[in-house]
Design a protein around this ligand. Sequence first.
Ligand SMILES: Nc1ncnc2c1ncn2[C@@H]1O[C@H](COP(=O)(O)OP(=O)(O)O)[C@@H](O)[C@H]1O
Ligand SMILES: [Mg+2]
Length: 344
Amino acid sequence: MNRQTLQADAPLSATAATPLLSVKDLAVRFATREGVVEAVNGVNFNLARGEVLGILGESGSGKSVSLRAIMGILPRGRTTVTGSINFDGHELLSMPEKELDRLRGPEIAMIFQEPMTALDPVFTVGEQIAETIVRHEGVDWSTANARAKNFLEMVRIPSPERRLQAYPHEMSGGMRQRAMIALALSCKPKLLLADEPTTALDVTVQIQIILLLRELQRELGMAVIFVTHDVGVASEISDAVAVMYGGRYMEHGPAENVLLAPNHPYTHGLMNSTVHGSMRGQRLDTIPGLPPDLANLPKGCPFAARCGHAIPECEQGGIALSAVGKNHFSACLRVEKEGRSFFA
Ligand SMILES: Nc1ncnc2c1ncn2[C@@H]1O[C@H](COP(=O)(O)OP(=O)(O)O)[C@@H](O)[C@H]1O
Ligand SMILES: [Mg+2]
C-alpha cells in the first residue's frame, strides 16, 4: 500500500474508533501565595461521541478545574496546564485563543450551577439565544427567533413565546436553568460540559432537569461530562463514572460497575456512606477525615491517610490506574496486588 492510499483510508477507519475527546496526563497547577496548588494531577480518559461521563467527587477534588481546563477558561497568568486535550482531532492546549473561540459554543458548550454565570442580565432570554444562533449559523433574525422559541419548547419552558421576552431575573431558578440549557444547546454542540447544573435546585426540579438533559442528550447524540457530588444524580445520568479525589481519577468505568460494584476503597467508602433509597441530595462528607491539602499533597496515594486499608507502600507514590475489568480502572495498590476482593 502506498502512502496516499494509507492516508485516504485513515479517516474512514479512524472515525468509528476515535473518541470525541481524549484527555492525557492532564495536570493543572495554580501558583498562589500559599504555594503551588496541584488541583489536577494526571487525569486520563476517552469520551466517545454521545457518551455521558459523570465525574463524582467531594468538594475541592478538582472537578470544576478539570472541566474549565477542557473549556479553556481557567484564569491566565498563574495557571499552568499540561498534558493533552484532543477534541475531535484538535489539540486544545496548543490552540490559539481565536480558534478556541470558534469551538466554544458551537462545538463545546458549558452549563453551570449558577445560571447567571452564562446568562446576561441585560438582555432577554430570546435575544441571547437568537443572537447565538445568528452569530454561529449566519441565519437572519426572524429564523433565529423562531429557532430560539423551538429551543425553549425543547427544554419545556411553558409559554415559550412569552418567555422569549423575559429577562433572566423575571424567571424562577428552575426556569433560568432551563433557559441556560436552551442557550447551551442552541448551537447543537458535540460536547456539553455540565458543572453541577442542578445542585442549587430543589430535589423535584433537580430530577426534572436531569431527566430532560438525559433525553436531550440522546436526541442530539451529544457527549456530556456531568460533574456532581451527588451519587444519585451520577447514577441517573451517566454511562461511565469517574470518581475524583485529590485531583486524580481514583476509579473510572461503566456506571453500573463503579457504583454497584466499586473497586477502590474510596468509592467503596462513598457508597457505604450514602444511605440507600435516599441517595439524592446526600453530600459526600461522611468518610472520617479531611481531603488532602492540594498545596501540600502527599507523594503517594492522596486517600491513604483516610483509608482503612492503607499499607505503608501506599504512601510511597507511583500509583497509576490499573484495569480491574472491561473499561474499568482502579488506582489502588492493594487492588492491583491482591485483587478486588480484599476490602469486600
Ligand atoms: N484560580 C484558582 N487559584 C487557586 N486555586 C484554585 C483556583 N481554582 C480552583 N482552585 C483550587 O483547586 C482545587 C480544586 O477546585 P475545584 O475544581 O473547584 O473543586 P471541585 O471538585 O469542588 O469542583 C481547590 O482546592 C480550589 O481551591
Ligand atoms: Mg466545583
